[in-house]
Ligand binder design. Structure first.
Ligand code: SP5
Ligand code: ZN
Length: 357
């Protein structure tokens, strides 16, 4: 990296720490919540040590009217209200803190849809699983995370070629009106909504899990190409979307591409799929790229099956750089806490490489 090039902005907010659930449910048992604050702190530590970066503190918040276009106003109000209600409950009964509300009744049948928004038990009306509990600091944390993505998009609009938004909680499983899979607000979608001011663009999702929320938000939008590489949903979370035949709504046929990959996927299979994804992206002629970057594809991840090496992330970055597109990296999953910082650094090195492979 020549020393003459501009420093790469790394966006970070400490507010992510306000969200720290202890437990997730796995087969009827409680286990440690994998989406832990240390995830982002470790990545920050690594990225800070890179040459030619600049740490950017939060200075912008995502406007409410934008939030309420990407997500339903009812969902936004729900997140705010539940965080407030938990704070009040903790104030009345400090022994209970930290308290997180988990959905436990899911009114999925239409004959059970009465009084959704006024129910005293609304959590299951806005969640598709139990992986996104709400605590007193959840709203502030998710708002800060979404705001970093928004701000990062602004940096690209101002002319940056690469920026990295250290979003936590992640976002790609959150759709217009439902949360799940550790995700509450769709950070990548919020960034993309701002970037649409530059013209059409693409979101490439390299998290291990299908970005079902991002897919559904842009399902009818032919100005945003959504491409996701992920473990085959026939075997892996989120199970009910991410199949190869999901190609976009009637207003946007061909604007969604899913590339499901087999369990145990290695570097060469994965990089071949990245190549296919980038060919499809080039054909779309986008002006910008949002990269939903999850590191749960790495061999060391305790929750998944893929076998990617550190080298693969640098290769992914290099291949993306060759498109010439300005890239906003939005942090998604990755639960090998000791590894992810190094992997993010490799990805960013690749994204800042000059010339050939
Ligand atoms: C952002 C992100 O990476 N979210 C992932 C959320 C889901 N993670 C846990 C899924 C585990 C499903 N395990 C089912 C095991 C059945 N025995
Ligand atoms: Zn994931």
């Amino acid at each position: 990296m020549p020393i003459t090039s501009k420093p790469t902005p790394i966006l970070y907010s400490p507010d992510h720490r306000l969200h720290d659930p202890r437990y997730e449910l796995e087969n009827g048992m409680l286990s440690r919540y994998q989406e832990h604050p240390a995830r982002i702190e470790k990545v920050l530590m690594h990225l800070k040590q890179l040459e030619n970066i600049t740490l950017v503190p939060p200075s912008e918040t995502v406007p409410l009217e934008i939030l309420e276009s990407v997500h339903s106003p009812d969902l936004i109000q729900h997140l705010q209200k539940e965080s407030q209600a938990v704070a009040e409950q903790e104030a009345r009964n400090p022994d209970l803190a930290p308290l997180y509300r988990y959905p436990y009744i899911f009114p999925i049948r239409s004959e059970m849809h009465s009084y959704l928004s006024t129910s005293p038990e609304p959590d299951g009306c806005f969640a598709f699983d139990t992986y996104a509990p709400i605590g007193s600091g959840t709203w502030r944390a998710v708002f800060a995370s979404a705001s970093l993505a928004w701000q990062g998009a602004g940096l690209l609009i101002a002319g940056e070629q690469v920026a990295y938004a250290l979003c936590r909680p992640p976002g790609h499983h959150a759709s217009y009106d439902s949360i799940g899979g550790y995700c509450y607000l769709n950070n990548a979608a919020i960034a993309a909504t701002r970037l649409k001011n530059l013209g059409p663009g693409a979101i490439l999702d390299i998290d291990y899990h299908h970005g079902n929320g991002t897919q559904s938000i842009f399902w009818q939008d032919n100005q945003v190409l959504t491409v996701s590489l992920h473990a085959d949903p026939a075997q892996e979370y989120p199970f009910f979307s991410g199949y190869a035949d999901e190609s976009g709504g009637e207003m946007a046929i061909g604007s969604n591409i899913n590339l499901p990959l087999p369990a145990g996927c290695d570097d060469s299979t994965y990089l071949q799929a990245v190549k296919v994804a980038l060919q499809r992206i080039r054909t779309f002629r986008p002006r910008w790229l949002v990269l939903s970057a999850g590191y749960d594809t790495c061999a060391a991840d305790p929750t998944t099956s893929f076998m990617l090496s550190g080298d693969a992330y640098e290769q992914i970055g290099r291949k993306i750089t060759k498109t010439g597109l300005p890239v906003l990296v939005v942090h998604e999953g990755g639960y090998a806490i000791e590894e992810n910082g190094g992997l993010a650094a490799r990805l960013l090195d690749g994204l800042r490489s000059k010339g050939g492979e």
